[in-house]
Design a protein around this ligand. Structure first.
Ligand code: AMP
Length: 498
């Protein structure tokens, strides 16, 4: 199964004019969650044919490119409800068009479309049993399995078919489903990936429409207001009946595991202007930066020496770096925040390119140094994480070439030591930077830095809980190897390809 490690952006909207255009805006705001491909499916009643239709448009590329032709919205993507998806690139089946979501089928209950964020960890097993029964697969995506489970369920009502299907899934899945008459939003019971509910007033009809999105930044762009998160294990049905008084039907999945939301959404993945898991990412990320200052402040300098400058790796480390600098100063370690690296925004994420060489090229294309800022200074560079180490090593080299006197590396997360089976795109265990060295000095030597220090696991926990008072727990498996649900351990990315 090629697409086992996906993190994506999903959006859905119900009961609003120009639903497709609003979905386009939502997907644009969620572009950081996936840049490989994008798609929208709408639901519309065709008076001539006297039946519901689900037109769709999807392609490889960024949202603005995929939907650059305005006629798509005027002539094709009609209707008052829609779902959309941004796909994240993995090195495998990047060219397979069939994997671009939303996926769409027609079965005995009518049309059904799906957009998925996460990673179904028992997909291989389910796929095998479907294949033995002769089920034909259109894509190599684990998300397609959900559609087969729904279509082949023996339950009579559609909502029961959906409950039946998702009860058989393990792992991470935030889903939006579009049926002919409803929008269904659900999160796996662990709540690995985020999903929130919002409300928007339709200027044409004056009535309210409802939307769901991976992150609230999608709501801000269209003037929608956040209502609440879709709860872990909740299946929320948004249909005409519930709209009047916002009394949407909500169903619970059978509970097997405690809630464990992905802490990496706070560390790296989500946008700081989003509310995720009920708290602003900016607030949590600043706290993480402050805690890093307690665990690993900037180096103390001798009298008469210029104090260190602290630079972030833009953009994902900016917020944590602000917290880090203010707390270092408070703790009596003088330093100054500086902009020493400039990022070219027109390059996708470093992970998009397959193969180590082109990954290096991508880092080189993505960052440049501001030499006047770095020359002759003690430079402390803050990054949110080290995964393979490609970015860190290359950046250190650049900063040295710019004339820095000393280079110190600080990471606002603990060492990543174990792959993610719930939707973060991490490489295999052996490829992870932190697993390749026996101690911190060996890491420093390979990176070419004067010192390196990580946020502690305890520190991360303290920071996140002090920023978000929710009693829900978090998944830290990438830092601890403690997976909150059973997973098919030892299965490599390649072995998971079908
Ligand atoms: P690496 O070069 O592999 O060490 O990549 C680390 C950089 O990639 C950090 O600067 C992070 O901001 C970013 N990063 C961390 N996790 C991921 C991920 N799952 N996918 C893409 N980029 C990531």
């Amino acid at each position: 199964m090629k697409e086992i490690r996906e993190h994506c952006g999903i959006f859905g909207i119900f009961n609003v004019s120009e639903a497709a255009k609003l979905t386009y805006l939502g997907l644009h705001a969620l572009q950081h969650r996936g840049q490989e491909g994008s798609g929208i499916v709408t639901s519309t009643y065709d008076e001539q044919k006297q039946r519901w239709m689900m037109p769709s448009h999807k392609d490889h590329g960024l949202v603005l490119d995929v939907f650059k032709d305005p006629h798509i919205f005027e002539n094709k993507l009609l209707g008052m409800s829609a779902i959309g998806h941004n796909r994240y690139s993995t090195s495998g089946a990047a060219n397979n068009r069939a994997n671009i979501q939303p996926l769409k089928v027609h079965y005995r209950e009518g049309n059904l479309a799906l957009a998925h964020n996460g990673n179904i960890s028992n997909a291989r097993e389910l796929w095998r049993s479907f294949s033995e029964r002769g089920t034909l697969f259109q894509s190599t995506s684990d998300s397609e399995i959900v559609l087969h489970l729904i279509a082949q369920s023996r339950r009579r009502k559609q909502i029961d078919q959906i409950i039946d299907a998702v009860s058989q899934l393990e792992g991470a899945f935030s889903l939006v489903l579009l049926t002919d008459t409803s929008l269904i939003a659900l999160r796996d019971q662990s709540g690995f990936r985020p999903l929130c509910l919002g409300r928007i007033k339709d200027p044409n009809t004056g009535s309210y429409g409802y939307c769901v999105a991976s992150e609230t930044c999608a709501f801000d762009l269209m003037g929608a207001e956040y209502i609440r998160d879709v709860n872990p294990g909740e299946i929320l049905v948004i249909d005409r009946e519930g709209i009047e008084d916002e009394s949407f039907k909500s169903f619970d999945m059978p509970r097997k595991y405690p809630v464990s939301q992905c802490v990496f959404e706070y560390i790296y993945f989500s946008r700081p202007d989003s509310m995720v898991f009920g708290e602003m990412v900016d607030k949590v990320r600043r706290k993480i930066g402050k805690q890093l200052a307690h665990d690993a402040p900037v180096p103390a300098v001798s009298e008469g020496e210029k104090s260190p400058i602290v630079i972030s790796v833009p953009d994902s480390s900016n917020t944590a770096t602000l917290g880090y600098v203010s707390e270092c100063i408070k703790l009596g370690f003088p330093c100054r925040y500086e902009i020493g690296l400039i990022r070219n925004h027109y390059i996708g994420r470093t992970f998009i390119s397959p193969g180590q060489n082109s990954r290096e090229t991508r880092v080189r294309l993505k960052f440049n140094t501001v030499n006047g800022v770095l020359k002759d200074r003690i430079v402390v560079i803050v990054d949110d994480s080290i995964v393979r180490g490609t970015t860190a090593r290359f950046l250190v080299n650049m900063i040295r070439e710019a004339g820095a006197k000393e280079v110190h590396f600080r990471i606002s997360s603990p060492p990543v030591i174990s792959p993610c089976f719930y939707g973060m795109d991490f490489p295999s265990k052996d490829e992870l930077f932190a697993n390749q060295f026996s101690d911190i000095d060996a890491m420093a030597e390979w990176l070419g830095v004067d010192s390196i220090a990580y946020l502690s696991k305890e520190g991360l926990k303290t920071a996140v809980h002090s920023a978000n008072s929710s009693p829900h727990g978090y998944c830290n498996a990438c830092f601890t190897k403690e997976y909150p649900t059973p997973i098919e351990m030892g299965v490599t990315k390649e072995e998971n390809e079908w």
